[in-house]
Design a protein around this ligand. Structure first.
Ligand SMILES: [Zn+2]
Length: 401
């Protein structure tokens, strides 16, 4: 049995090649497991290979993308899936509805791949629990000591106070957030702590519907309905839109974003609230201590940095999960879907309107997924051409448009 990075987390036995969250379509793998429905984890949903995820993950993906998933098997929490000599048990990851950690039993060891995790309760999700294992493969989005989030309840209070204040100023508190996960938490927050109606964009409306069907309580009005338009024109409400819809905002919008990145980066002309659906640095280190693995592999984010700190703080050996092959240097033809996948990946990081993201940082983000610098530049050029970002020569960086 081997574990390696092959454009996703690849676990191979003599009989099977099982890939978790491949970053490409991945038709060559025997089985594919998808941890959750954020765009940087779902490239394989559009292929024909046999794939597994929770039903919520699949339904959110379909609601958001309009793509019908084929050759699909439902993976249920805490119910083992047998793949040759492997047994894969999906566990709650606390990151969003349907998000999954995978506990993989092999004849020799237990491996855990966390996917994206969050280890505290939120208004819409339950905290992920650390799983005992021999090999831990961990996400590292906020894997450096500067990323320590305040208590969630404090952030909820700060957001509520800001909403009340902006309503007093006759503004419409408007949240520009991730369509999946964060948007639903913000709607739930407004429902819980205020009596204001919440108007949402059509995509968020579709994703909300999947949440309601799975038992998450959300009250909102779609902006596409007559009622939604009337309420928004009336002004005594909140508005929740995806991170790229500035052109649709009302004139009296007071804008805010909610992401872990705002602990470090202050968006221009926006409020930034450090409400994250990922574990912060301390949560990641606590997870390692409780899971007690023999080795920790890091991936998806600040892998080198977190590996360094895991060894320093826990004494457990840790390494970034390494590339086996440079898939993007092969001679096969680039397809548009590659560009689209990479644009989606980029938009999971480039979220704050008004903020200048350094070109070098954006190129590094893309190359961390195994994309060559040339392809990374093509992705940025494509985003600029499509009007998604604009380049600021003076600051050598890009802004969301
Ligand atoms: Zn995610």
């Amino acid at each position: 049995m081997t574990v390696e990075w092959d454009g996703g987390v690849l676990v191979s036995t003599e009989e099977e090649r099982v890939c978790f969250d491949p970053q490409r379509r991945g038709e060559e793998f025997d089985r594919i497991f998808i941890s959750h429905s954020h765009g940087d984890h779902t490239a394989a949903f559009s292929n024909k290979a046999r794939k597994y995820s929770t039903l919520d993950t699949r339904r959110i993906f379909e609601a958001r993308s309009g793509i019908k998933v084929e050759n699909f098997n439902t993976a249920k929490y805490n119910r083992a899936v047998r793949v040759g000599s492997l047994e894969v048990i999906p566990r709650n990851a606390g990151h969003m509805l349907g998000s999954t950690q995978f506990e993989i039993h092999t004849p020799e060891e237990t491996i855990v791949y966390t996917g994206d995790i969050n280890c505290v309760n939120t208004l819409t999700t339950k905290a992920a629990k650390p799983i005992d294992c021999d090999i831990l493969i961990m996400e590292t989005t906020y894997g450096e000591p500067a990323f320590l989030f305040p208590r969630r309840e404090e952030v909820y209070v700060d957001i509520t106070k800001w909403i009340v204040n902006e309503i007093k100023n006759r503004k419409i508190p408007t949240f520009e957030v991730y369509t999946v996960g964060k948007a639903q938490e913000i709607v739930a927050l407004i429902n819980h702590f205020t009596e204001l109606p919440v108007v949402v964009s059509p995509t968020i409306s579709r994703v909300n519907k999947v949440h309601i069907e799975s038992g998450v309580e959300l009250q909102y009005i779609g902006v596409e309905s007559c009622e939604g338009k009337d309420v928004l024109n009336g002004g005594n409400c909140c508005y929740v839109v995806p991170t790229r819809s500035r052109q649709d905002l009302p004139k009296n919008a007071a804008r805010a974003t909610a992401t872990g990145w705002s602990i470090r980066f202050r968006p221009r002309n926006h409020m930034g609230f450090p409400l994250s659906s990922h574990a912060d640095f301390n949560q990641l280190i606590s997870y390692v201590k409780e899971a007690k693995p023999s080795i920790v592999y890091t991936c998806f984010g600040r892998s080198e940095i977190l590996s360094h700190y895991v060894e320093k703080k826990t004494g457990i050996k840790s390494l970034p999960l390494k590339n086996k092959t440079d898939l993007y240097s092969s001679k096969r033809k680039r397809k548009n879907s590659d560009i689209r996948t990479n644009v989606e990946r980029m938009l999971d990081f480039v979220v704050m309107p008004g903020f200048v993201y350094k070109k070098k940082w954006m190129i590094n983000k893309l190359t961390s997924f195994g994309v060559s610098p040339q392809v990374a530049q093509r992705v940025l050029d494509h985003m600029e051409k499509k009007g998604i970002i604009s380049y600021d020569e003076e600051l050598t960086g890009y802004r969301l448009t």
